[in-house]
Design a protein around this ligand. Structure first.
Ligand code: UDP
Ligand code: MG
Length: 163
């Protein structure tokens, strides 16, 4: 059955993607959104906000013991907004991670967002869910169910067809 993160491994799979404050400040929002849009993924939700400290901490709760965690929370809650999104489509979680690139931009493929636009692990521009369970957690954390749209882009059958 369909959950907020869709059905794993189908065209209804969803990922939480967030352009971080450096991406917004550097005016890379359009370029980043275009990568997902042009690939054929469906924009299911989008909003711009400055997250509360509580939201940033919960989003990164798995990393709370790491030395960079306080700085990471400060970065995300800087006051420059983030752009929070949900993207849908076949394999969007894994493919979204490929579009984003490795955590450390120094290791990121030059064709990825981080590999093209970032140099520092602490200012790596963008977040994307790393697994179905984290996508479920993150979509639920950042969006209310009624903020997620259900519609079919005109090219959807062409983009998502298997045979
Ligand atoms: N981060 C950092 N220093 C590190 C590792 C991670 O500042 O040594 C930050 C960076 O912004 C990264 C985020 O913490 O994107 C979350 O880390 P994770 O390992 O989950 O990387 P991601 O999933 O974003 O690739
Ligand atoms: Mg992560």
């Amino acid at each position: 059955s369909k959950t907020i993160a869709g059905e794993k491994g189908t065209a209804s799979e969803r990922s939480f993607v967030m352009i971080k404050p450096d991406g917004v400040s550097r005016q890379l929002v359009g370029k980043i959104i275009s990568r997902f849009e042009e690939r054929g993924y469906k924009l299911v939700a989008v909003k711009s906000l400055t997250p509360s400290e509580a939201l940033a901490k919960e989003h990164y709760s798995d990393l709370s013991a790491r030395p960079f965690y306080p700085g990471l929370v400060k970065y995300i809650t800087s006051g420059t907004p983030v752009v929070a999104m949900v993207w849908e489509g076949k394999d969007v979680i894994k493919q979204g991670r490929r579009i984003v690139g490795a955590t450390n931009p120094q290791d990121a493929d030059p064709g990825s967002v981080r590999g093209q636009y970032a140099v520092s692990v602490g200012r790596n521009l963008i977040h994307a869910s790393d697994a179905f369970d984290s996508a479920t957690k993150e979509i639920g954390l950042w969006f209310a169910p009624e903020e997620l749209s259900d519609y079919e882009p005109i090219a959807w059958p062409w983009v998502m067809a298997d045979n």
